[in-house]
Every structure is written in structure tokens, then in C-alpha cells.
Design a protein around this ligand. Structure first.
Ligand code: F6P
Length: 360
């Protein structure tokens, strides 16, 4: 008998179910023993409060193409992991307790950065944990790609494509806000894929003067419209120079729904061009996984299950230079993978004429 726990943690994404299917199918085919599955509900909450479903391999059939997560998810309260819950529950002790009580051989955790930190803590506490790199943001350290990323890029790109036609008809400037509070992977990829003119990401602080100049240059070249992709967490040079606390205060004091509206208002005021905003928001995390995500998610699930069957734990499944790897949790936990402003893709985007708002 192989007894495993499964949980999905943090913001959801399109290929969570495909990943779990990969784990369970592999265990079912390769272990030679019955597989007992405990599906924890709503991420670590299920492990803490013993909210789980006893599941069978049949429950993971037919979910390859289904977005979201059949287990439900919640954000990880890692920063507060050592502080008991309001009801006095010690989270680490409770999670260990559930794991031991159910006699699990391994816990598979599908999650992003914060969740991986928690997984590492549980591994340090002696639990057999395997993490799988989930997030549309692609910001997990130690892997070139995360599952969810390509599906989100596809949706963001479709949004930019659709905006092109209406922007062109009306001769407008459009500011399209793409997900990414701390990193700009989705905005960068979708800006290149969707043929945007300006791309503002957290890793490259911008100056509004440069954005206005880029719009003017484009209009002077005869174009009727301009497409600006802005990451949720894009930051101006002025804001980037502020102490962190002051910047946080500034963001908290914003009265507009989001950064895209502030930027649009300033563009309209400064260059008098009709400017509109589009925010695809959580559609970027919704719907079915694309083909690439289905393949990568399945690979992650298979590799994680094979690791478990070989008795190897305490790692995160990763893909580096096209090869599947098992990277020690301690090496990756809590580290953020940001866009390198000197990377090939940024350099090539600049060569195409995409402005990052940082030009002299
Ligand atoms: O972590 C993924 C992500 O989609 C970010 O890109 C986005 O900023 C955030 O989650 C939104 O979080 P929530 O769903 O909690 O509003």
C-alpha cells in the first residue's frame, strides 16, 4: 500500500488537475501496490484542520483538461507559520500531526514560492514532501518554467490581439494590465507575442516621460494607435527610489482601481490622446490549460511520483535547459526568479522597438 497526501496551495492555475492526474496515474501504474490517496481541501488549511477526501485513482480520470483545482486552494500563511492561528492552533504541529495520524508515505504539494517555503519547513520537520512548481507568474527559483505560465501567456496575448482591432478602429492608446505583482514574465512574453509597443515590468523601473515619448514617436511614424502592456507591479523610477515602507504606503493610498488607470489618466492629460484601459485580470488564471502546460504538468506529475517510488523526497520537480530535474527544496524555497533586464528576450524586444520606459 502506498499512502499519499495531495494538496494545491496558493493562487490557482490551469494545469493543477493535469499535474495531480500525472502523479496518481504514475503511482497507479508503477507502484505494483494499491494507492491510497488523501486529497486535502483548500491547500495547507486541509492539512492543518484535517479536512480531506479519501480518493481513488478513478477520481483523477478525465481531469487533464479541466482548469482550477478539484481540491480547492488557499493562500499560504507562511510568514505567520510560527504564530498560532486565531483559534490557538499551532500550524506546524497540526500539519505534522495530520501527516503522522494518516500514516502518509509522502505529501505532494503543488504550489508557488510561499507554499514551497512551507513545504521546505515540513521537510525539515522530517516529513516526506515533494513540491511541484505551480504558478502562472513563472517566478519560482530553480526551474526554467512553471505550470500555468504558458496558458496565462496565451490568454494575455489573446487579450492584446483583441484590443489591437478596436484600438486601431478608434485610433486610441490602450493600457493593458497584465498579471505580475513582483515579476514581469507574463507581461514580457505577452507583449512580445502580442506585438505591444511599450512594456512596463517591475524589474525595469520606468519614467513617464519615456512612455510619452514612445507614444509620440509611434504616432509620428504614422501609426493610429499604441498598445501599452503594464504589469500589475510596474514601478516608476521615482517610486523605486523610495524606501520600501513609503512605497507601500503610496500604493495603499492609490484611489484608482489599479496602476493601469493611473498611467492612462496621465497619458491622456499629458498628450491629449484618447486612452482606454483593459484588464483581463483573473481570466489569466482561468479556463483550460494549453497543450504545452498539459505536457509540462504531466511531466512534473510523473517525475514527482517516480521520485516517491524511488524513496527520494525533499525536492521540487524542475525543468532546466529542457531536462527534468529534482532540485533540493532547501535550495529553492523562498527565492524569487525575476526577469533579468539584460536577458536575451528583453534585448530582442528592445531591438524590435518595444519601449520599457527606461530609455535616456
Ligand atoms: O500568484 C499569481 C497571481 O495571479 C498574481 O499574478 C496576481 O498578482 C495574484 O496572483 C492575484 O492574487 P489573488 O487571486 O489572490 O487576487
Amino acid at each position: 500500500m502506498v499512502r499519499i497526501g495531495l494538496l494545491t496551495s496558493g493562487g490557482d492555475c490551469q494545469a493543477l488537475n493535469a499535474t495531480m492526474r500525472g502523479i496518481v496515474k504514475t503511482l497507479d501504474h508503477r507502484s505494483g501496490e494499491p494507492v491510497e490517496i488523501f486529497g486535502f481541501e483548500d491547500g495547507y488549511q486541509g492539512l492543518i484542520y484535517k479536512r480531506f477526501r479519501k480518493m481513488t485513482p478513478a477520481d483523477f480520470s478525465g481531469i487533464l483538461t479541466r482548469g482550477g483545482t478539484i481540491l480547492g486552494t488557499s493562500r499560504t500563511p507562511f510568514k505567520r507559520l510560527d504564530i498560532p492561528e486565531a483559534d490557538g492552533v499551532d500550524k506546524v504541529a497540526a500539519m505534522k500531526g495530520t501527516y503522522r495520524e494518516l500514516g502518509l508515505d509522502c505529501l505532494f504539494m503543488l504550489g508557488g514560492n510561499g507554499s514551497t517555503k512551507t513545504a521546505n519547513r515540513l521537510a525539515q520537520e522530517g516529513l516526506n514532501v515533494i513540491a511541484l512548481p505551480k504558478t502562472i507568474d513563472n517566478d519560482t527559483w530553480g526551474t526554467d518554467i512553471t505550470f500555468g505560465f504558458t496558458s496565462a501567456v496565451e490568454i494575455a496575448t489573446k487579450c492584446i490581439d483583441d484590443i489591437h482591432t478596436t484600438a486601431s478602429s478608434h485610433g486610441r492608446v490602450f493600457v493593458i494590465e497584465i498579471m505580475g505583482h513582483k515579476v514581469g514574465w507574463i507581461p514580457l512574453y505577452s507583449a512580445v507575442a502580442g506585438g505591444a509597443d511599450v512594456c512596463l515590468i517591475p524589474e525595469i523601473p520606468y519614467e513617464m516621460d519615456n512612455v510619452i515619448a514612445a507614444i509620440d514617436r509611434r504616432m509620428q511614424s504614422g501609426a493610429r494607435f499604441t498598445i501599452i502592456v503594464v504589469a500589475e507591479g510596474a514601478i516608476s523610477r521615482e517610486e523605486a527610489a523610495l524606501p520600501k515602507k513609503e512605497y507601500k504606503k503610496l500604493v495603499a493610498a492609490r484611489t484608482s482601481p489599479s496602476i493601469a488607470y493611473d498611467i492612462a489618466r496621465e497619458i491622456e492629460a499629458r498628450c491629449g490622446r484618447e486612452t482606454r484601459v483593459a484588464v483581463p485580470g483573473h481570466t489569466q488564471r482561468g479556463g483550460q490549460p494549453d497543450a504545452q502546460d498539459r505536457v509540462f504538468a504531466t511531466q512534473c506529475g510523473v517525475e514527482a511520483a517516480l521520485g516517491c517510488l524511488e524513496g527520494e523526497y525533499g525536492f521540487m520537480v524542475a525543468q532546466c535547459d529542457g531536462e527534468m530535474r529534482r532540485v533540493p527544496l532547501a535550495e529553492v524555497a523562498g527565492k524569487l526568479k525575476r526577469v533579468d533586464p539584460a536577458s536575451d528576450l528583453v534585448r530582442e524586444a528592445r531591438a524590435l522597438g518595444i519601449s520599457f520606459g527606461d530609455e535616456a
